[in-house]
Design a protein around this ligand. Structure first.
Ligand code: PGA
Length: 242
C-alpha cells in the first residue's frame, strides 16, 4: 500500500483549497488504486467544507496539527475529538515547521500521539534532522531521540500510525537525500520500530521527477508532499505513479 499525503501547509487559502477539491476530486479519485490512499491536509478552517465535498470519496482528510490537551481553556487550540468529528482520519504532528516556529517539543508530540490514537485518528509523526546534524553524521541519533519519546505510546496502542522522515534540510529546498542515505535511514527506522502497525513515509522536496525513485526505497510506504501537492497536475502525476 502506498500513501500520498498532500500537506497544504498555509499555501492554499480557504476558497482556493475548496475549489481545488471540488474541481479535481473526480480525477484524483479515479487514479487511486486501492489499497493506496490519497490524503489531503488542508488548514483547520477548510476541514468542514472539505469533509462535505469528500463525503462519499476514497480521498481521506488529515489535520495539520492538534492540541496537546484534551479540552479546556486553551485559546486558539483545536482538540483531537473535534478533528475526529470532522472525519480527519489522519493528523500530522511534530512537523519541523511547528517544532521550529511554535516550539513544539518531543513531549508535546508524544502527548498529541496519545490523544490522536485515543480518538482513532492515525498520527503522522514527523521526524528529521537539521543540516548540521546531517553533516556531522548524527542523523540516526537525532531520529532515535525523537522517536523514543513516543515509541511506547505508539506501540502499546496497537493501532496504525505513520512515521514521516523529513530531513529539515530537504523541506522546501529542492534537495533530497542520496539513494544510499535514504536506504540506510529507512532500514534503520524500520528496524528500530519493528512494528507492523508502522507505515513509513518520506517527505522533503518530493516532486513528480523524484517520486518514483524515492518510492522504490525499501520500507518507504508513501510520501508527505508540501509545495508540489498544491499544483493539481503535479499531484495527479504523483498519485498516478504511486
Ligand atoms: P515540501 O514540504 O514538499 O514543500 O518540501 C514537505 C513537508 O514539509 O511536509
Amino acid at each position: 500500500m502506498t500513501i500520498i499525503v498532500a500537506n497544504w501547509k498555509m499555501y492554499q487559502p480557504y476558497e482556493r483549497a475548496i475549489a481545488f477539491v471540488r474541481d479535481h476530486r473526480g480525477q484524483l479519485e479515479q487514479l487511486i488504486k486501492a489499497p493506496n490512499e490519497l490524503i489531503i491536509a488542508p488548514s483547520f478552517v477548510c476541514l468542514d467544507a472539505i469533509r462535505q465535498l469528500l463525503k462519499e470519496s476514497p480521498i481521506k482528510i488529515c489535520a495539520q496539527d492538534c492540541a496537546p490537551f484534551a479540552s479546556g481553556a486553551y485559546t486558539g487550540e483545536v482538540d483531537a475529538a473535534s478533528l475526529a468529528q470532522l472525519n480527519c482520519t489522519y493528523a500530522i504532528i511534530g512537523h519541523s515547521e511547528r517544532r521550529e516556529l511554535c516550539g513544539e517539543t518531543d513531549e508535546d508530540v508524544a502527548t498529541k500521539v496519545n490523544l490522536l490514537l485515543k480518538n482513532n485518528i492515525t498520527p503522522i509523526m514527523c521526524i528529521g534532522e537539521t543540516l548540521e546534524d546531517y553533516e556531522e553524521g548524527r542523523t540516526l541519533e537525532v531520529l532515535g531521540f525523537q522517536i523514543d519519546h513516543a515509541i511506547d505510546i505508539l506501540k502499546q496502542a496497537q493501532k496504525p500510525y505513520c512515521i514521516a522522515y523529513e530531513p529539515i534540510w530537504a523541506i522546501g529546498t529542492g534537495k533530497v537525500p542520496s539513494k544510499e542515505d535514504l536506504e540506510n535511514t529507512f532500514e534503520w527506522i524500520f528496524e528500530y520500530m519493528s512494528d507492523p502497525n508502522a507505515t513509513l513515509l518520506y517527505g522533503g522536496s518530493v516532486t513528480e521527477k523524484n517520486a518514483t525513485q524515492i518510492l522504490k526505497t525499501p520500507h518507504v510506504n508513501g510520501l508527505l508532499i508540501g509545495g508540489a501537492s498544491c499544483d493539481f497536475q503535479t499531484l495527479k502525476k504523483i498519485v498516478s505513479l504511486a
